[in-house]
Design a protein around this ligand. Structure first.
Ligand code: ZN
Length: 311
């Protein structure tokens, strides 16, 4: 049997697990709701059990895996195997590697989930085309992975662009305890909240035809792009998203910004106007520099694929 790795992407909603081969290909995968997995078990124990089941169900010998890689949301101390802070999981200062070692003798490595997505892009995706890029993942929050000269910046705590300050209104409280963090204004969750608010303030908006403030999703404004209310929400969202990217570009001037997350497939409605906005406001435009903004090629499997490249 060829070499294989068991890799995880632990999210607030689901835990994904996959068997990944030497070439970074997903051989088989499964997912389970995070809440359920953690009901009667620590995260470490849940992952080992999940790995054993995944192997058994797909004809792999658990003991033969070449390693286990785990992507975690939040601040990850890679060297000591400790999940220092994960707001979405309500876990802090947890030695996950030591816990997993209670149930298996495998070589185990952990890393931040957005860093692993950037690693997957670098090895197998859109990132192959660039020497330097920043991958920005837009989801419930905003994460990032920074690649310079084909290397992922490996510092456990770096690249937390989601907590850059992009306003000084002191009005948007972040789960980290601060105000006006980038992700309170430009994440998918922020977009949903902004759309809700706009509907409540504009009872004549066309969005009411298909949605109520309770059923709004991150796609709603894109479905109603000829509605002036939706248009206004989108314009302001693009500016907020753009302002964070401008800060990143002003510091690093990478060759590209790679965007991941469900909204990144909105090419005409989001990526194109975003790229224009950013290029009109970055400092280096005065030197003739232009940044490319491109969607990630990675599927939702990028997290588990990236974890394979920890080895
Ligand atoms: Zn924050």
């Amino acid at each position: 049997m060829n070499k294989f790795y068991i890799c995880f992407d632990v999210g607030g909603t689901d835990i994904k697990a996959g068997i990944i081969n030497q070439n970074g290909e997903v051989v088989c995968k499964d997912k389970t709701p995070t809440k359920e997995a953690l009901k009667n078990s620590s995260l470490g124990k849940a992952l080992v059990t999940f790995a054993q089941n995944l192997c058994n169900n797909n004809g792999f010998k658990f003991s033969k895996a070449a390693g286990m890689g785990v992507g975690l949301p939040g601040l990850v101390d890679m060297n000591n195997g400790i999940l220092k802070y994960a707001g979405n999981l309500k876990i802090s200062d947890y030695n996950i590697v030591q816990d997993m070692k209670n149930y298996t003798s495998h070589n185990i490595k952990i890393a931040n989930d957005a860093d692993l997505c950037a690693l997957a892009e670098l090895k197998n995706g859109e990132g192959k085309n660039y020497n330097s890029f920043v991958m920005i993942a837009i989801g419930t929050g905003i994460g990032a992975g920074i690649v310079i000269n084909k290397n992922l910046i490996p510092n456990s705590f770096s690249g937390e662009v989601g907590h850059m300050k992009i306003a000084s209104k002191h009005s948007n409280k972040c789960h980290c305890g601060e105000y006006d963090c980038y992700e309170t204004l430009a994440s998918t969750r922020a977009l949903v909240n902004q759309t809700k608010q706009a509907m409540i303030e504009n009872p004549k908006s066309k969005m009411w035809k298909n949605y109520t403030p309770e059923t709004v999703t991150g796609k709603t404004i894109f479905e109603f792009k000829d509605d002036p209310v939706a248009k206004k929400v989108l314009k302001s969202f693009i500016q907020n998203l753009g302002d964070g990217i401008i800060n990143v570009v002003n510091i690093l001037t990478p060759e590209a910004i790679i965007l991941s997350g469900a909204i990144s497939n909105q090419k005409e409605n989001l990526i194109a106007p975003l790229e224009e906005y950013v290029n009109n406001h970055i400092f280096a435009r005065l030197g003739g520099y232009k940044i490319k903004i491109v969607p990630a090629s990675g599927t939702s499997d990028a997290g588990i694929i990236g974890a394979r490249y920890l080895f």
